[in-house]
Design a protein around this ligand. Structure first.
Ligand code: NAP
Length: 358
């Protein structure tokens, strides 16, 4: 059972508020393994854990991953270990070598649109990958009171065709994409291993969260990048799919704090993390154009059926009251500020690109 005092269990001594990272000695230092280290959340979480004094290890797939250089340049404190969520042996080897206290499983094929075209790959990485990591933890950590704490990156896409106006931890799932289906499996197997093997395994059901580090394939970054380029005169239109769907959008920097908090509790549990506000895609577009002083945004936006999904999730809005109550989590960045941050960042990147080209 997990009724242990965290500081006693971890051997962490008294730390002045705000200096959590500075006072940890080597034998007190906790180790975290992050899968998906090259992704948006992996990088925010790495920064957060480093600030808290963790040794941070990132699982990197591929023999010559093009994003390894980015991690080494911008997060030099991260140690990289090779491994793939499709390869159980590599996960066992990585865990044996690192002996982590905490594993954050953020690795996934996470782009919903791609999951329709590569459904089998998505099921393998995003779904079965969770099972493989749980098995690796069982093998390396033993079955009884397994000391490795596990976080699974679940998703609001599991709610899909929503059964309740406001979705919470008890809302039934109805996924609308191969990605959503794979995430449901990942969530269920996390709960199952917690109940079957007494593992400290948590599932964070996170609603959409964006940032300056969002991949260009995602609609929010596609919008802010195009807006910057249109403003600077190097692009003339923004082509999108459906503008009507509503999403509950937060800032990734806020959301990784909830991941960490989940693994610091006395008991493992599942939590919805969301803002409780919902906006249509077109509202994101409008705010992004307004951030660069363009009010007649409709002039620049064209819709194309190629970007429509075979089945869409119309409305997502999360109830994070359990996370707020039990974890003390609170989002800090508002929706308009999120859009502005992303646009400002893309303006900066595009200005630099133009300067280099000239
Ligand atoms: P992301 O930017 O797309 O990152 C995905 C990561 O998974 C990348 O680092 C990628 O590595 C890695 N990966 C892919 N295939 C892998 C494999 N076979 N083995 C090991 N790693 C693999 O995603 P994100 O936005 O940071 O999201 C993190 C997690 O939260 C994901 O599981 C996502 O599904 C989930 N989530 C995200 C949101 C959101 O709004 N951002 C909401 C709910 C849940 P490479 O760079 O090497 O391909």
């Amino acid at each position: 059972m997990w009724h242990t005092n965290l500081r006693a269990r971890r051997g962490v001594g008294h730390v002045e508020p705000g200096h959590e990272g500075a006072t940890a000695t080597l034998d007190q230092m906790r180790t975290a393994l992050i899968t998906g280290i090259t992704g948006q959340d992996g990088r925010f979480l790495a920064d957060l854990l480093h600030e808290k004094g963790y040794r941070v290890v990132g699982l990197m797939k591929g023999q010559n991953n093009p994003r390894a250089e980015l991690i080494q340049r911008e997060h030099p404190f991260v140690e990289l270990v090779h491994g793939d969520l499709c390869d159980l042996t590599s996960l066992v080897t990585a865990l044996s070598a690192i002996q982590p206290d905490e594993v954050y499983n953020l690795g996934a094929i996470s782009f919903v649109a791609m999951s329709f075209n590569q459904a089998e790959l998505t099921a393998n990485v995003t779904g079965l990958g969770v099972l493989r990591m749980l098995e690796a933890i069982r093998i390396v950590g033993g079955n009884q009171n397994n000391p490795i704490r596990f976080y699974q990156a679940s998703s609001s896409e599991m709610f899909g065709k929503v059964r309740e106006a406001l979705q919470n931890e008890k809302t039934p799932f109805h996924p609308r994409s191969p990605y959503g289906c794979a995430k449901v499996f990942g969530h269920d197997i996390t709960v199952n291993y917690r109940e079957s093997y007494d593992m400290f395994a948590c599932s964070g059901i996170l609603f959409n969260h964006e940032s300056e580090r969002r991949g260009m394939e995602f609609v929010t970054r596609k919008i802010t990048n195009a807006v910057a380029r249109i403003k600077l005169g190097v692009q003339h239109e923004l082509v999108l799919g459906d503008l009507e769907p509503r999403r509950d959008w937060g800032y990734a920097g806020d959301y990784v704090k909830a991941m960490w908090l989940m693994l610091q509790q006395d008991q493992p549990d599942d939590f919805v993390v969301a803002t409780g506000e919902t906006y249509q895609v077109k509202e994101f577009v409008r705010l992004a154009f307004e951030a660069v002083g363009i009010d007649d945004w409709q002039r620049y936006v064209r819709q194309d059926a190629r970007f429509m999904r075979p089945s869409e999730v119309d409305l997502l809005i999360g109830d994070a009251s359990k996370a707020e109550r039990e974890l003390g989590w609170k989002r800090e960045v508002s929706f308009p500020d999120l859009v502005r941050k992303m646009v400002d960042n893309d303006m900066e990147i595009e200005r630099r690109a133009i300067a280099v080209a000239n």
